[in-house]
Write a protein that binds this ligand. Structure first.
Ligand SMILES: Nc1ncnc2c1ncn2[C@@H]1O[C@H](COP(=O)(O)OP(=O)(O)OP(=O)(O)O)[C@@H](O)[C@H]1O
Length: 579
């Protein structure tokens, strides 16, 4: 895309431009002028074709204060995902526009200090309000009435309705101060010559319950509803949420039907979907009836990156290809659902067991139709279809912490899923971190819209570089892997109404084959995963070479089975070389 005709053009940073001014005639040949499109403006920037993507991001960080990890750059419809690759590797050339998508966390760390100096730290969603924080403190202390808590920021009282996002905008390191007025009853009982004092405070749970009751009694418009994200209004008849069921033989498991019903109740009660500030597509947090809890995440297909109603300002795809090579715009939602279905439980295949939790723990996901004015509608409000996934409580993503603390089995379960699904988007931000009942760290894989691609070109697995990936699979995991069957997987997807394109089925068959053969040879997740990922943008991966060699070897009219036989024997040969 050319930069001609742009409205506002301002140099990104004179300092940076001086820094990158060509030092030699050799450099001057590579020197190009590109434009960074961000928040409605277009900023020119001089770079060298030999600059790494990371250094371009660093320039943006230095000049605009946006951390490199929060930046996603898109050029010519492709995400410049590999930070160590060069500008020229992505064919970025003079006059090109780089679209900057910010990846801002929905979570925020805040510290609340009481007047006696006790600190409470919270990892809260930015859309929460001060009232929510007060209730959390009340719960932790099991003592204070929320009305008795006074909260100050920079010495000024702050109301319950103020959002954490607003408070933290100009006060990233701010501490919120909490004062508690003891309006609780004090009872004195004589004990010998002394009095024993006991402080009686109502239980915080009671307070919350009565608040909610009052809210519903008055149609949800009571003043006491300060805990809500948005003002309630009477049930809106212009809302709809229902599963898209293509095969009448399908019976939805209770987890899924419950998720749909409770999400619908939230919409009916006037709770608006809240758009996530993370991600390149439209992802909406759906609230429960009381408006205090996230239940699910809805991702409409027409808001996917480069789709017609994308809310992040990404341009429309020119040829229908998605942000990753080998993917198509608007096909993400169906893949989100397919990956949930194919994440078979340990106890048996998904179709035969009622167990909701799969081996890798992909959150329950279903394809739905949903109508709500709160989504991004360009030409009038209309029904959207997309994936609805259970919201999983978490303490952030793997991007927020080093991998050292992740249990080996947790990393391996994600590796098995990604290898089978040939995931083209497994960055650390797409693995949520949570705690299990036993206090153990649990990893939750999300965002599977770029799984089961048409080709292996953009497979990326961030876990490849984590130490756990070099540890051997456990016996239990090996048993699980050996029970996988790509043909049955494809049959299951068809049963649910999705007949995968031949190329995607082929990818699933080949990646399952590689995983099983690799495990038979005693390979680690790293060794297998490494065969599926390109070392650099331009250098084909081992799996791509295998596929190419097989394509060159078989006759054009050969059956798919003959082609796969050929892949199998070439793969055996390549695996022998690796060992
Ligand atoms: N099931 C879930 N439970 C909890 N939070 C979730 C869930 N799914 C998504 N999120 C949150 O919503 C954010 C956006 O979702 P997601 O990453 O799936 O969107 P996306 O637009 O596809 O992102 P990307 O640009 O990484 O492809 C995530 O970063 C995460 O914080």
């Amino acid at each position: 895309m050319s930069a001609a005709g742009l409205v506002s053009v301002a140099p990104i940073c004179e300092e940076g431009m001086t820094f990158l001014r060509p030092q030699s005639p050799e450099h001057s040949q590579e020197h190009i002028l590109i434009y960074v499109a961000m928040s409605g403006s277009m900023v020119p920037m001089r770079v060298l074709e030999s600059d790494s993507i990371e250094s371009v991001k660093l320039r943006i960080q230095n000049c605009k204060g946006i951390f490199t990890r929060n930046q996603k750059l898109v050029c010519g419809g492709r995400e410049l995902a590999r930070s160590n690759s060069l500008v020229r590797d992505y064919d970025v050339s003079n006059g090109n526009v780089l679209h900057l998508v910010l990846r801002l966390s929905d979570l925020q760390f805040i510290t609340v200090r009481t007047c006696c100096g006790k600190d409470f730290t919270f990892h809260v969603e930015k859309n929460r309000d001060v009232g929510y924080i007060k209730r959390q403190i009340a719960k932790k202390r099991n003592l204070e009435l929320i009305e008795d808590q006074e909260v100050l920021l920079n010495g000024e009282p702050i109301e319950d309705q103020r959002l954490i996002n607003d408070l933290s905008k100009n006060n990233t390191d701010a501490v919120i101060h909490l004062f508690v007025q003891k309006s609780t009853k004090i009872r004195a009982t004589p004990v010998g010559k002394n009095f024993e004092l006991s402080i009686v405070a109502p239980k915080p749970d009671d307070i919350i319950e009565s608040d909610v009751e009052r809210g519903s009694e008055y149609g949800g418009n009571s003043e006491s509803d300060h805990n809500l994200y948005s003002p309630r209004k009477p049930p809106d008849r212009n809302t709809l949420l229902e599963p898209v069921i293509l095969n009448p033989k399908i019976v939805l498991p209770p987890e899924i039907s419950g998720l749909i019903n409770s999400t619908m109740n939230g919409l009916d009660n006037g709770n608006y979907p809240i758009r996530s500030s993370e991600g390149t597509g439209g992802a909406y947090f759906m609230l429960d009836k009381s408006g205090t809890k996230y239940l699910s995440v809805f991702k409409p297909m027409d808001e996917e990156p480069m789709a017609v109603n994308n809310p992040r300002g990404l341009p429309l795809s020119e040829d229908g290809e998605g942000l990753k090579k080998g993917t198509r715009v608007g096909e993400g939602a169906v893949r989100e659902c397919a990956v949930y279905l194919l994440d078979h439980p340990k106890s048996g295949r998904r179709s035969f067991s009622g167990e909701a939790k799969g081996f890798a723990g992909v959150p329950p996901t279903v394809y739905v139709s949903c109508l709500h004015e709160g989504f991004n509608h360009a030409g009038g409000v209309s029904v959207k279809s997309g994936s609805l996934q259970m919201f999983m409580e978490n303490n952030g993503s793997c991007e927020d912490m080093g991998p050292g603390a992740f249990p080996v089995e947790e990393v391996h379960k994600i590796a098995v899923l990604d290898i089978r699904m040939a995931n083209a988007d497994r960055h650390a931000g797409n693995i949520l971190v949570s705690k299990g009942e036993d206090g153990q760290t649990v990893l939750i894989p999300i965002d599977h819209g770029y799984c089961l691609p048409y080709s292996f070109e953009d497979c990326t697995f961030d876990w490849l570089y984590w130490p756990q990936a070099r540890k051997p699979f456990s016996t239990e995991t090996i048993e699980y892997i050996m029970s996988m069957d790509a043909e049955e997987d494809i049959a299951l997807l068809k049963f649910y109404g999705w007949d995968p394109p031949i190329e995607c089925s082929r990818v699933l068959r080949i990646s399952t084959m590689l995983l099983k053969k690799g495990v038979e040879k005693g390979l680690t997740p790293f060794a297998i995963g490494n065969m599926m990922c390109r070392e650099t943008v331009k250098k084909e991966s081992v799996i791509e070479e295998i596929v190419q060699e097989a394509e060159d070897s078989v006759l054009p009219c050969s059956s798919e089975a003959a082609f796969l036989d050929c892949v199998s024997s070439i793969m055996d040969h390549r695996l022998e070389e690796i060992i």
